[in-house]
Design a protein around this ligand. Structure first.
Ligand SMILES: Cc1cc2nc3c(=O)[nH]c(=O)nc-3n(C[C@H](O)[C@H](O)[C@H](O)COP(=O)(O)O)c2cc1C
Length: 531
């Protein structure tokens, strides 16, 4: 198992594999860059999406940047996500499971390429502070500023010393100040509250452009007691090399492109946003902490990394979805000890609100244990949780709707539970209410648990048996008919309710002996009742 040691190695590999689009034409980072990349999420199939690199970037004031911008390198598609971990898309969940079962602590080094250039103290503004970097506007026309998006915030727990990595947006407010949105359920927010209790600011480092395993760990929800640097090492299969920041004790990847060191005030908040959110709507202005830059370090000729987020599907929704699928599978199967869990699927457009648990059912109680446990992981995830049988393909909406239509009765198989957290969900309340952490806030949010598994034996699926469909496919291809994309289910199979006699009659039909069955039916004639 190998891993890319830094963003550069990763980009070179993407390029070689034909997964990178390089744009050398001049592109305005504020008005053109993100809208251009957005088109691939609004006009291409997932397989066609690519990573992008912009080498000739300007801004609305005509400033030219000598730093290129990359976007989509981490997760323009599941394929690209797998590529970043050097595995196939279907192996990603397993990689996540192994990483969490075998975390590898980082290796601390003294010398680091990320310290090749240091802007500190009186030299902090030599290259314009944060103005040195071509930070794009993600949603021109709505966002109130450029925001960092592939922004991995490294913070240290003031009590345990554990380093947390969280991906949080960074609202650019001045050359030395950003806003930061640390939601209360995230670990960065937890560190912030612990510092607030102690009356100290939160020391932090904003890392841009890290080795891919670090970037994939940043938006993943890892248990509080686990060091995320160790999990990143587990994903890499080797220790991540880290170096101490120049102005504080936080450890950051030694091979990062850019590290912005500073502290987050725990005394004051400032309005932050509007900025587009993963719900697909613009998030309202919020009162949030701010980060004061103390030192900027970067490699020579750094690359500025971004993630295209906001309206799903996006690079951000792919990242969250993929990490969550692995984490929830592990949680249900290994931590809640529920037998028969096969797969957990999240639907990109719904971020983590619609989830499907595929189960090889042992009994109905396990189905309900899984449905309840799923919403126990996080108070804001899983507005609709659906359990399906093993033969349903949860990624295929036709297959899912088929299960909902014919394996479920709402009055019996649906349970609404309350006291959930809305987290940015605009359907929860009308705007403008001061609700955060109030009783009203949780009382107003709910989740729907749906058991869409078969409760008893069913007759077979009404499609030709597999052997006939396979032969027909060969015939289809020989006739050079349009290329098929098989949809599950594409052949019939038994679901328990099929007698020897039913089978015998079907076999007779295949031998052209169906008159025998007709004869038998005549013997079984009964008087018709008057209606
Ligand atoms: C592009 C992107 C931007 C994100 N922005 C934020 C944010 O601004 N605030 C936040 O609390 N979570 C944000 N998230 C989600 C967190 O990264 C995620 O919840 C993660 O689990 C946080 O890590 P933590 O639990 O270690 O704090 C973002 C995720 C992505 C992919």
């Amino acid at each position: 198992m190998g891993y890319y040691k830094d963003l550069r190695e990763h980009i070179a590999a993407l390029d070689e594999a034909g997964l990178l689009v390089k744009i050398d034409e001049q592109i305005n980072k504020d008005t053109e860059l993100m809208p251009l990349v957005r088109w691939q999420f609004r006009g291409l199939s997932e397989e066609e999406r690519r990573a992008f690199m912009f080498t000739n970037v300007t801004d609305v004031k005509g400033k030219k940047y000598d730093i290129p911008v990359v976007v989509g390198t981490l997760a323009a598609s599941r394929q690209i996500y797998g590529f970043g971990l050097q595995c196939k898309p279907e192996e990603i969940v397993d990689r996540w499971n192994k990483a969490q079962s075998n975390p590898i602590p980082p290796k601390i080094v003294d010398k680091a390429v990320v310290h090749e250039e240091v802007h500190n103290g009186s030299s902090l503004m030599d290259r314009g502070g944060l103005g040195e970097f071509p930070i794009p506007i993600s949603t021109p026309g709505y966002d109130c500023a450029p925001f960092t998006t592939a922004s991995h915030w490294f913070t240290k727990d003031p009590e345990t010393g554990l380093i947390n990595i969280g991906n949080y947006r960074g609202h650019i407010k001045s050359p030395t100040r950003t806003g930061v949105f640390l939601s209360s359920s995230n670990h960065g927010g937890y560190h912030w509250r612990k510092c607030q209790e102690r009356g100290i600011p939160l020391q932090a480092a904003l890392v841009i452009g890290a080795p891919p395993p670090v970037s994939y760990t940043a938006p993943a929800r890892i248990p509080f007691s686990v060091s995320e640097l160790d999990v990143a090492g587990g994903l890499a299969g080797a220790p991540i090399e880290v170096v101490k920041c120049i102005t504080n004790d936080v450890l950051v990847p030694a091979n990062a492109e850019i590290v912005i060191e500073g502290e987050i005030s725990t005394e004051f908040l400032e309005p932050e946003a509007p900025f587009g959110e993963s719900t697909g709507y613009i998030a309202e202005r919020l009162l949030n902490p701010y980060f004061e830059v103390k030192c900027i370090t970067h490699r020579k000729n750094p690359i500025f990394a971004t993630i295209i987020s906001q309206m799903p599907p996006s690079e951000s929704s792919v990242m969250r979805q993929v990490a969550a699928e692995g984490n929830y599978l592990r949680f249900l199967r290994d931590q809640c000890n529920i037998p028969g869990i096969v797969e957990v699927t999240f639907h990109s457009i719904a971020v983590r609100q619609i989830c499907v648990i595929k189960m090889k059912k042992i009994n109905q109680a396990h189905v309900w244990q899984a449905l309840h446990s799923m919403v126990g992981y996080n108070p804001a995830t899983g507005k609709m949780v659906i359990a399906v049988d093993e033969d349903i393909n949860p990624r295929n909406l036709d297959s899912l709707f088929w299960a909902l239509a014919f394996r479920m009765q709402p009055h019996r198989d649906v349970l609404i539970i309350r006291n959930r957290t809305p987290q940015m969900d605009p359907s929860a309340f009308p705007p403008g209410r001061e609700l955060e952490n109030s009783l009203d806030e949780i009382a107003g949010c709910s989740a729907m648990l749906i058991d869409a598994t078969r409760k008893w034996d069913y007759p077979p699926v009404s499609l030709p048996k597999k052997e006939f469909m396979e032969r027909a496919r060969q015939l289809w291809e020989r006739l050079e008919l349009p290329k098929l994309k098989p949809q599950d289910p594409w052949f019939g199979y038994n679901l328990g309710l099929w007698s020897d006699e039913d089978e015998e009659e079907a076999q007779l039909a295949l031998k052209g002996e169906h008159y025998q069955t007709g004869e038998k039916r005549a013997q079984q004639r009964v008087p018709a009742k008057r209606k």
